[in-house]
Design a protein around this ligand. Structure first.
Ligand code: ADP
Ligand code: MG
Length: 280
C-alpha cells in the first residue's frame, strides 16, 4: 500500500451533516480504513446511537457493552472502551450502542456537558503509549449535544455532501452551528473538508452538485468524489470497510484517493484554506 504523509500532531476530524443518509458513516469508516492501510495509527469514535460505524468495522456493540456511552458518562476511559478492528491492527474503534440515545438527556445538566468527549479524548491521547495520527468521529444526523461534543473535541470538520437534489439545503444551518461552536467553545476548530458522495458521473445532477459545492467552498472540497457503488453499500453487512472488502474496486480506490488528498493537507495548508472562526 502507498505510504501517505503523516501529520505532525493528531488530526481529530468530526464527520458531520445533520441530514441522514448522506454518507457520514460510510465516509468515516472508509477514510479511517484507508488511513490505516497507509500505515497511520487511527482511532474511530462512533457517536451515533445507531452504531453503524461500529457494525461496518466489525466491532461488537450490543446494548450494555463497553462503549462511548460509558466514556461520556465518566465510567470508563477511551482506553477501556476501545476495540481493535479485525481487518487493521492499527485501527481502534470506540463503539456506540443504543444506550447512547439516553446520554443527551442524562448529561443535560452537567456543567461540562459540551466537553465530555473533548476531555476524555485529551486524557486518552496524552496517556496512550501509542501516538495516533488520525481520530475520526462519526456523528449522528442531528445538531444535538452529541454532535456539539464531537465539534468541541475535534480540530477539523469534514462535511460529506450527497450528490442529490437539495444537497446544499441545510448546509447553511450546519456552517452556522459550527460558527457558534467556534465562537463560544472551540476557537481552533476548522471546517477543513467537504466530500461529495454517491456521485454518478453519468448524471447532470451529480456534476451540478459538485460544481455548486466547488463554487461556494472552492478551497475545502476534495477533487475526489465518491461514486455510488454496490460494493460500498454491501460491505457493512460483512462487517467490513470497502477498503478491506473490495480493495481493488472503484469504491475503495476513491476512498483511498480522498484519504490521500486529506493526508496531503498539512497544518499550514489547513490554516490557509479552512473556514475559521468569524469567517462565515
Ligand atoms: P449517514 O451516516 O450520513 O446516515 P451512511 O454512510 O449510513 O449515511 O449512508 C447511507 C446509506 O447509503 C447506507 O445504506 C450506505 O451503505 C449507502 N451508501 C453510502 N455511500 C454510498 C456509496 N458511495 N455507494 C453506495 N451506497 C452508499
Ligand atoms: Mg451514520
Amino acid at each position: 500500500a502507498q505510504v501517505f504523509p503523516k501529520p505532525a500532531k493528531t488530526r481529530i476530524i468530526a464527520v458531520a451533516n445533520q441530514k441522514g443518509g448522506v454518507g457520514k458513516t460510510t465516509t468515516t469508516v472508509n477514510l479511517a480504513a484507508a488511513m490505516a492501510l497507509s500505515g497511520a495509527q487511527v482511532l474511530v469514535i462512533d457517536m451515533d446511537p445507531q452504531g453503524n460505524a461500529s457494525t461496518a468495522l466489525g466491532i461488537e456493540h450490543g446494548s450494555g457493552c463497553d462503549s462511548v456511552y460509558d466514556v461520556l458518562e465518566g465510567r470508563l476511559g477511551i482506553d477501556d472502551a476501545k476495540q481493535v478492528c479485525p481487518d487493521f491492527s492499527n485501527l481502534d474503534v470506540v463503539p456506540a450502542s443504543i444506550d447512547l440515545s439516553g446520554a443527551e438527556l442524562e448529561v443535560a445538566d452537567a456543567p461540562n456537558r459540551n466537553n465530555l468527549l473533548r476531555d476524555a479524548l485529551a486524557m486518552f491521547l496524552s496517556n496512550s503509549d501509542r501516538h495516533y495520527d488520525y481520530v475520526f468521529i462519526d456523528c449522528p444526523p442531528s445538531l444535538g449535544l452529541l454532535v456539539i461534543n464531537a465539534m468541541c473535541a475535534a480540530n477539523e470538520m469534514l462535511i460529506p455532501i450527497q450528490a442529490e437534489y437539495y444537497a446544499l439545503e441545510g448546509l447553511g444551518q450546519l456552517i452556522h452551528t459550527i460558527g457558534l461552536v467556534q465562537e463560544h467553545f472551540n476557537a481552533a476548530l476548522l471546517v477543513s473538508t467537504m466530500l461529495v458522495t454517491m456521485y454518478d458521473k453519468r448524471t447532470l445532477l451529480s456534476r451540478e452538485v459538485f460544481e455548486e459545492v466547488k463554487k461556494h467552498y472552492p478551497s475545502i472540497v476534495l477533487e475526489t468524489t465518491i461514486p455510488r457503488t454496490v460494493k460500498i453499500s454491501e460491505a457493512p453487512s460483512f462487517g467490513q470497510s470497502v477498503i478491506a472488502y473490495d480493495p481493488k474496486g472503484m469504491g475503495a480506490t476513491s476512498y483511498r484517493e480522498a484519504a490521500l488528498e486529506i493526508a496531503k493537507r498539512s497544518a499550514q495548508v489547513l490554516e490557509a484554506i479552512a473556514i475559521k472562526r468569524g469567517e462565515h
